[in-house]
Design a protein. Structure first.
Length: 251
């Protein structure tokens, strides 16, 4: 059974609808962790080029399935390297267009400023629910699972875990109070909307495998000037400044 293609959560990162002033439009699938910096990148890209950007936010695993089933995306910014490579190998991505645009960081975050005191918080059980993204669909969920396995907590914490299909949904669980804390991307914590709020533990990178995030030009976007221009813009100094400001490392 095909996945529901309209689980995309499409929105426009522009203050107005597409107008004749734009030369072209690019439809981009963006892993939920990268939405905060991509908002700024898209705004700068539109100013610089006149092209319009439309964005779908979600999990890398779901996007991969949607693209295989005909979703009309031009560019895919994944939270891992594996799915863009698979799309390239399967002929759905343009050969040699793929590159690592960011290396992500994992954090344990709570809106409660007094809750998180480092890794010992996980053992303390001063919470009812711990949120993380589903490891089957989200690379940051895989990283969270690796952390708990290394700390020998994965099995014992199972009754407390709630899973989101993406980091966006995971963040929603925490913000709504359905979970008191959760594993999310550092970029989400550095979003100006919540920056400085709550408490967090920056998870040491030796507890999980590097989260290398690749972008690929999809075959549908190969004849789209806006898609090719966006790929180039993602590697520009202006984009790199934004990416680093949200806590990502560059390759």
């Amino acid at each position: 059974m095909k996945p529901k293609l309209l689980v995309w959560c499409l929105f426009v990162i522009a203050s107005t609808a597409v107008t004749p002033a734009f030369a072209d439009q690019v439809l981009v699938a963006v892993a939920a962790n990268f939405i905060p910096p991509f908002r700024e990148i898209a705004t700068e890209f539109e100013k610089a080029t006149g092209h319009a950007v439309r964005v779908a936010a979600g999990s890398s695993g779901n996007f991969y399935s949607q693209i295989k089933n005909g979703a009309p995306f031009d560019v895919f910014l994944s939270a891992d390297m594996e799915r863009p490579k698979l799309l390239e190998d399967e002929g759905l991505g343009v050969k040699d267009s793929r590159f690592t645009y960011a290396i992500g960081r994992l954090v344990l975050w709570s809106p409660n400023p007094d809750l998180i005191k480092g890794k010992e918080t996980l053992r303390s059980r001063n919470y009812k629910r711990l949120a993380l993204a589903n490891p089957k669909t989200a690379p940051y969920g895989v990283a969270a699972m690796q952390v708990m396995q290394k700390l020998e907590l994965w099995d014992s914490l199972q009754p407390h875990i709630v899973m989101g299909e993406s980091l966006g949904q995971t963040m929603g669980f925490i913000e709504s109070g359905n979970a008191q804390l959760g594993f999310i991307a550092l970029s989400q914590v550095l979003d100006p909307k919540i920056k400085g709020q709550g408490s967090r533990w920056a998870v040491p990178t030796n507890l999980y495998q590097p989260i290398k995030q690749d972008v690929i030009l999809l075959t549908k976007g190969n004849d789209n000037a806006a898609a090719k221009a966006l790929m180039e813009f993602l590697g520009s100094p202006k984009s790199k400044i934004i990416i680093e400001r949200y806590g990502y490392e560059l390759k």
